[in-house]
Design a protein around this ligand. Structure first.
Ligand SMILES: Cc1ncc(COP(=O)(O)O)c(C=O)c1O
Length: 377
């Protein structure tokens, strides 16, 4: 057998990681400013996280959702407190796409409607309902194509109003900050109007915080920069610091019935232990505040470079848009021992662990300015 070859791979084999650093099989050390697609929140191989998972595994690693699991309640309590959404309900699942898929299903159950609105450059996952709402025709298979998904221009409230007036819309789904689309922040007027319009037309507002949530933006959820209260919030990535777990936060007025949603693995003991450890560390080490502080520092220093690229972002979710493709810059960063991400051809994405220090940020800034001096930008 061989692996189904769907990923273009770098010729790097990570074998060890700690904090914001990763080592490959040749012993080369890398500063990780990408966190494996925004997944590493509290830092690699945090001792508290390791201990929690090992202890849980030695007690009980898994049982199904047909018995009591007090770890789920502990996670609900801690997530409610740290996010400020104490009165919401939580459905636990295993990934970002699954969280969004359940959010879509829930909105359709609750409203009895089946049309959904999303926005240009959005990414909501690769499963059936959400890939139809993702603005990338290349990953939409014929079976996923549906007239129920309407993708409208981002930050254009008039087109949303026109669509809502036609009727039949169950929900609007929008990222707290667009990630895969190149780190794009919704305009305040746009997102606050979306919330208003959703109420007016009796549809739900779903905030996809899978990449922008869990402290990454400098607030627990990126939409908390605005004056809105979504009906549904989805989360994954940073929630488990690499352990697969996703969650759907659900408005208190939405009522569950037995069998409405379900999963075999979602909310299992090990996943809960990992997610509880993440919140404990985030609180203890004030990582949301650190994301804001180090993020502001990085953005300030990057602007001082004045090197002709546009900087977008909040906290430790930063996009650098160049006028030309960034492949060469990114490859040179790897040679220097720094991981970054990209979006499309022209955007470098920085999504480091939330424990990044200013001296680690300086390490990147030094390498980056050296590289910019050698390439034509
Ligand atoms: C905003 C957003 N939503 C959903 C997803 C899908 O998450 P997953 O890959 O865990 O299914 C992603 C993944 O990049 C994402 O960035």
């Amino acid at each position: 057998m061989k692996l189904f070859d769907v990923y273009p791979l770098f010729n790097i084999t990570p074998v060890k990681a700690k904090g914001c650093y990763v080592w490959d099989s040749e012993g080369k050390k890398y500063l990780d400013l990408y966190g494996g697609h925004a997944v590493i929140s509290i830092g690699h191989s945090h001792q508290y996280y390791i201990d929690k998972i090992i202890k849980q595994l030695s007690q009980i690693g898994f049982y199904s959702n047909s018995v009591q699991n007090p770890l789920q309640q502990e996670l609900v309590d801690k997530l409610g407190e740290i996010s400020g959404y104490n009165d919401y309900q939580l459905f636990l699942c295993n990934s970002g796409a699954e969280a969004n898929e359940n959010a879509i299903k829930l909105a359709s159950f609750v409203t009895g409607k089946k049309k959904f609105i999303s926005f240009s450059k959005s990414f909501h996952g690769r499963t059936s309902a959400v890939v139809a709402l993702t603005d990338n025709p290349k990953i939409v298979a014929p079976v996923n194509e549906t007239d129920n998904a309407v993708i409208l221009p981002f930050n254009d409230i008039e087109t949303v109003k026109n669509e809502l007036e036609k009727g039949g819309v169950a929900a609007i789904i929008v990222e707290g900050i667009q990630g895969v689309g190149g780190i794009r922040i919704p305009e305040q007027h746009f997102i606050e109007e979306l919330s208003f319009m959703a109420k007016k037309y009796k549809c739900l507002l779903i905030l996809d915080e899978i990449q922008s949530g869990y402290g990454r933006s400098g607030k627990f959820f990126a939409h908390q920069y605005f004056n809105i209260q979504p009906d549904i919030i989805t989360t994954a990535k940073g929630m488990g610091n690499g352990f697969p777990i996703g969650g759907v936060l659900i408005h208190p007025e939405i009522e569950a019935w037995h069998g409405m949603l379900g999963t075999t693995f979602g909310g299992n003991h090990l996943a809960c232990a990992a997610a509880i450890a993440v919140i404990d560390v985030m609180k203890e080490e004030t990582l949301v505040q650190n994301a804001e502080k180090t993020g502001n520092y990085l953005i300030e220093k990057l602007s001082e470079l004045n090197a002709g690229f546009e900087i977008r972002g909040k906290g430790l979710m930063i996009g650098l848009e160049f006028k030309q493709p960034v492949k060469e810059i990114r490859n040179l960063l790897i040679e220097y021992g720094i991981f970054t991400g990209v979006s499309g051809q022209n955007v470098i994405r920085l999504l480091p662990p939330l424990c990044l220090t200013t001296s680690e940020a300086d390490e990147f800034l030094q390498a980056f300015s050296d590289i910019l001096a050698t390439v034509s930008v």
